[in-house]
Design a protein around this ligand. Structure first.
Ligand code: G6P
Length: 609
């Protein structure tokens, strides 16, 4: 999703801006641009549809230079991907602006501004902001006053950074609903959508709060809250994670991240000291909250939502707590009735997903006893705004299709089920068994990774297909959903998941030799039922690709292709089958030649509704 980088320094900043954009590429985008104020106080601009490399090429042919500048990668919302719609947007050669978010009242503002004589050259909602800002500085306000007056007119979500040729040493910025951090340097200051963009120049960051406006110059920073009062915000040092952005010997981040799972899972479980899981790993005060918890409501989007669906089985089975799971974009707009003493659990790799954040923010105080977030990014909005937080230790995830973040979320949920179970009389034997399982999980994942070559062989059968069906039963149903999501995200093959017992109620009509049917078949108590469902597919000429426990009794035969999975205790099966399905979608996408790490139209961190 859109990325912002801005800089104001005593040195030339174009290369810092470009490097920042390169580091934000993983978020997903369709165009890129930057504007600098040169040493003759003129606004210089490059913007192009396509990759940051187009900008780099333009910069090498026709360099634009300056000590103050803003840059952007755009993920289209209003107006198609094009150079005209790319940011920065300019007003009368004076103001330049970059924006992340959506302005909901842009149509009405556009009319006002047209009447005031402003000409629009793009189809974006952002262009109203730049003209508004121009209008206010033109009327005599200083840059801070003009930005405060501008944001007062905006409805929607935004992170903004702007420059004014009349104030060539300043960048003014504001945020509401979209993330923005200040990178604090020595004699220079920066802004970006996430810290990774600026780790090249600083490790000191200030996370702006909702409605903050900040004026940055090389000499210093001044932050104002939504009421216009000057405020101090805490500065934090950020360490680690930079090496995660290095591809090493891997061809793609997704493959690297799949292979990092044994380490990430072990690191996440290691949050429990000496392997003893209790409430304290979920934060101060968690023990009191868990003691009163009578129900759990999980809210998330995308892959994180699938982690929640798996967790429901564990929370009900292990902890005996009733659990509901819902996608955030539905949950936030629904009139709801909660059980008394319900714990709200949000799940998010980025901690910034707009709908999940809105679900947390707009939950009524009396609706939940507390909020807990399971997130992978420290200091993210969800972490800062929740009562309790569990940080997974996946390390930075760059591939748009989430892999290691998902499996570490599953570890976090198993730990939550254990901690809540302890409050509700979970037997010591079962606690022990779960802890041993969590300890053994990284090794089992390593064993699963060893069948990569066999999965690669199997993947060839999918590349000419347009559709695929994924089947699972019980806790494997959400794993089938996650497998289908991975395949559609990166290989653009339409894939759907069904609980195998529902086959007869519709999807069987679609089964023929052109529809590969992937089955998740561990050796569990539903195995015989699943086998009958798969027979139904076979007898209609469907081609089966069965990911099966070694002892599940499946054998290769015409129309049935079996992938032998390591034998695993039931509670660990969802994780290892996920890993195998991640590899399947990776190899299919690789052979189809799609952009594995940055699939078309998708973004890593969805910070708009
Ligand atoms: C986007 C990403 C997915 C991710 C989802 C939720 O759609 O492409 O990989 O699962 O957002 O993101 P979150 O950061 O909240 O887990």
């Amino acid at each position: 999703m859109c990325g912002i980088v801005a800089a104001t320094a005593r040195r030339e900043v174009s290369e810092i801006l470009l490097e920042g954009l390169r580091r934000l590429e993983y978020r997903g985008y369709d165009s890129a641009g930057m504007a600098l104020i040169d040493n003759e106080q003129r606004l210089q601009l490059h913007k192009y549809q396509g990759k940051v490399s187009a900008l780099e090429e333009a910069q090498s042919l026709n360099p634009i230079l300056g000590c103050t500048g803003i840059a952007h990668t755009r993920w289209a919302t209003h107006g198609q991907p094009s150079a005209a719609n790319a940011h920065p947007h300019i007003s009368r050669q004076r103001i330049a602006i970059v924006h992340n978010g959506i302005i909901e009242n842009h149509a009405e503002l556009r009319e006002d501004l047209r009447e005031a004589g402003y000409e629009f050259v793009s189809a974006t909602d952002t262009e109203v902001i730049v003209h508004l800002l121009h209008r206010f500085v033109h009327e005599g306000k200083d840059l801070l006053g003009a930005m405060q007056a501008t944001v007062a007119r905006l409805e929607g979500a935004y992170a903004l950074a702007a420059t004014d040729v009349e104030h060539p040493d300043q960048v003014v910025a504001a945020r509401s609903g979209s993330p923005l951090v200040v990178g604090v340097g020595i004699g220079e200051n920066f802004l970006a959508s996430d810290t990774l963009a600026l780790r090249q120049v600083t490790d000191r960051f200030i996370y702006l709060e909702e409605a903050d406006v900040v004026v940055c110059s090389a000499a210093g920073l001044a932050i104002y809250d939504g009421a216009g009062e000057p405020v101090q915000r805490e500065m934090k040092r950020v360490s680690g994670d930079v090496e995660d952005a290095d591809l090493g010997d891997y061809e793609h981040y997704m493959l690297k991240e799949i292979y990092e799972q044994p380490h990430a899972l072990a690191a996440t479980f290691a949050k429990a000291s000496a392997g003893d899981v209790d409430a304290s790993v979920f934060g101060d005060g968690a023990a009191e909250v868990f003691a009163q918890t009578q129900a759990v409501q999980i809210v998330a989007c995308g892959t994180s939502y699938h982690a929640g669906l798996v967790a429901r089985y564990w929370l009900e089975d292990i902890a005996g707590v009733p659990c509901q799971v819902e996608v955030a974009s539905e949950f936030r707009y629904r009139k709801r009735v909660s059980h008394p003493n319900t714990l709200l659990v949000t799940v998010s790799q980025s901690g910034e997903t707009a709908d999940t954040l809105a679900a947390l923010r707009f939950a009524a105080p009396e609706e939940f006893i507390a909020s807990l977030v399971i997130a992978n990014v420290d200091n993210s909005s969800l972490v800062r705004e929740s009562d309790l937080a569990f940080l997974t230790r996946a390390g930075m995830e760059i591939g748009v299709a989430s892999t290691k973040a998902f499996t570490t979320q599953l570890v976090a949920f198993l730990m939550l089920a254990l901690a809540l179970g302890k409050e509700r009389g979970l037997s010591v034997e079962r606690q022990q068994c779960l802890k041993e399982g969590l300890r053994d999980l990284p090794d089992l994942v390593k064993q699963t990774l060893k069948i990569d070559a066999a999965i690669e062989d199997m993947s060839a059968a999918f590349i000419q297909k347009h559709h695929a069906l994924f089947l699972g039963r019980g806790i494997q149903y959400p794993i089938a959903m996650e497998g289908a999501l991975k395949l559609k995200e990166i290989s653009y093959i339409h894939a759907e998941a069904y609980p195998a017992g529902e086959l007869k109620h519709g999807p069987l009509a679609l089964v023929d030799a052109d529809m590969p049917v992937v089955a998740v078949a561990p050796n569990d108590e539903l195995l015989d039922k699943l086998k009958s469902n798969l027979e139904e597919v076979r007898s209609r000429g469907g081609e089966l690709y069965v990911f099966a426990d070694k002892d599940a009794g499946f054998t290769d035969e015409p129309g049935v292709h079996v992938l032998a999975m390591p034998h695993a205790p039931e509670v660990l099966q969802p994780v290892i089958y996920t890993v195998a399905l991640q590899l399947l979608s990776y190899h299919v996408a690789l052979q189809k030649g799609t952009d594995v790490d940055k699939p078309r139209n998708l973004a890593k961190s969805v910070t708009v509704e």
